[in-house]
Design a protein around this ligand. Structure first.
Ligand SMILES: NC(=O)c1ccc[n+]([C@@H]2O[C@H](COP(=O)([O-])OP(=O)(O)OC[C@H]3O[C@@H](n4cnc5c(N)ncnc54)[C@H](OP(=O)(O)O)[C@@H]3O)[C@@H](O)[C@H]2O)c1
Length: 260
C-alpha cells in the first residue's frame, strides 16, 4: 500500500514507534491524525509534522475509552473525508509476573493492549467498509504473540488475542466482499524505545526505532498479512514454535531474570 497523499491515523503516537512513524510519514504529504494521552507531546509532534509539509490533527485521550475512539474516527472523517491507513499502535508491556500480580494489573494489560485495539477497530472498520478505494488497518502486535514468555505473560496473552481477532477479521472481510480493506499485523522483535529502556526484560537482537519504522513502511508497501522483523528474532520465534514445549521452556527460563 502506498503511503503518499493519504489520510493516516496513528494511535499512541506521543512517543516511541508511533511517534517515529508519524514523523517519517510526514515526508510524504499526508494528512496525519495522531492520538495519545500526553497532550503536550502531541502538540510538539503536530508542529514537527506540519514543518515537513503534511497536515496534522491530534486528539488527546485515553484509548481504553470507546468514546474517545469514536470521536477520533468521526472527526477525522469529517475533516479529511476518509481514512486510508489506520495504524493501531497503543500498547505497553512492562515486566510482569503471572503468579504474583494482582487481577487489576493483569486485566489492565488486557485493556491497554487489547481493548484499545477493539475500541478503534470497530469505528475504523465501519468507516472503511463504506469507502471504495484500497485502505488498511495495521496493528502493532509483537513477535511475543505466539507463545508464553516469562516476564511478559499478560502482554503476550493480550497480543495473541489481538492477532487471532484480526486473523478472523481478514477472513470475514473476504467472505463478505470487502476486498478493498486490508488487515496487517506488525510483529517487531525488541525495539529500543524509551518505554522499554529499563524494563529488565532481556532484549536480544534489539533494533532502533528508526530501523523498526523502515521495516514497518516496507511491510505496508508489500501489504503482507503479518510483518515479522528483524529476521534473526523472527527466525528464533519460528523455531521456538516448532520445538517441544520442554525445550522452549528451558531456553526461555535460561534468559529470565533470577527474581522479578
Ligand atoms: N518497544 C518494543 O520492543 C516493542 C516490541 C514489539 C511490539 N511493540 C509494540 O509497539 C507499540 C508501541 O510501543 P513503544 O515501545 O513505542 O511504546 P511507547 O513509547 O510507550 O508507546 C506507546 C504509545 O501508546 C500510548 N498509550 C499507552 N497507553 C495509552 C492509552 N491508554 N490511551 C492512549 N494512548 C496510550 C502512549 O502515549 P501516552 O502515554 O501519551 O498515552 C504512547 O504514545 C506497542 O503496541 C508495543 O506493544 C513494542
Amino acid at each position: 500500500m502506498d503511503y503518499k497523499n493519504k489520510t493516516i491515523l496513528i494511535t499512541g503516537a506521543s512517543s516511541g514507534i508511533g511517534r517515529e512513524l508519524a514523523i517519517v510519514l510526514a515526508d510524504f504529504g499526508n494528512n496525519i491524525v495522531v492520538t495519545a494521552r500526553r497532550e503536550n507531546l502531541l502538540q510538539d509532534l503536530k508542529r514537527e509534522i506540519e514543518d515537513k509539509g503534511s497536515k496534522c490533527l491530534f486528539f488527546a485521550g485515553d484509548a481504553t475509552d470507546p468514546k474517545h475512539a469514536d470521536l477520533v474516527v468521526r472527526e477525522t472523517t469529517k475533516t479529511f473525508g476518509k481514512i486510508d491507513i489506520a495504524i493501531l499502535n497503543v500498547g505497553v508491556g512492562p515486566a510482569s509476573n503471572t503468579i504474583k500480580d494482582s487481577r487489576e494489573v493483569i486485566l489492565g494489560k488486557m485493556r491497554t493492549n487489547y481493548d484499545t485495539l477493539i475500541n478503534f477497530f470497530v469505528p475504523v472498520i465501519a468507516q472503511m467498509k463504506s469507502q471504495t478505494t484500497p485502505c488498511m488497518i495495521a496493528h502493532l502486535n509483537s513477535l511475543a504473540t505466539y507463545f508464553g514468555i516469562p516476564m511478559q505473560g499478560d502482554y503476550t496473552a493480550a497480543k495473541a488475542a489481538g492477532r487471532i481477532f484480526l486473523d478472523t477479521a481478514r477472513m470475514e472481510l473476504k467472505h463478505f466482499g470487502f476486498k478493498h480493506v486490508r488487515i496487517q499485523t506488525i510483529h517487531p522483535g525488541f525495539v529500543a524505545t524509551e518505554a522499554v529502556k529499563d524494563d529488565g526484560i532481556p532484549a536480544p537482537n534489539e533494533i532502533s526505532e528508526k530501523e523498526a519504522v523502515k521495516y514497518i513502511l516496507n511491510g505496508l508497501r508489500r501489504e503482507v498479512h503479518e510483518n515479522r522483523f528483524p529476521f534473526s528474532t523472527a527466525l528464533a520465534v519460528r523455531i521456538g514454535r516448532l520445538v517441544p514445549t520442554w525445550l522452549r521452556t528451558k531456553i526461555l527460563l535460561s534468559e529470565a531474570a533470577a527474581d522479578y
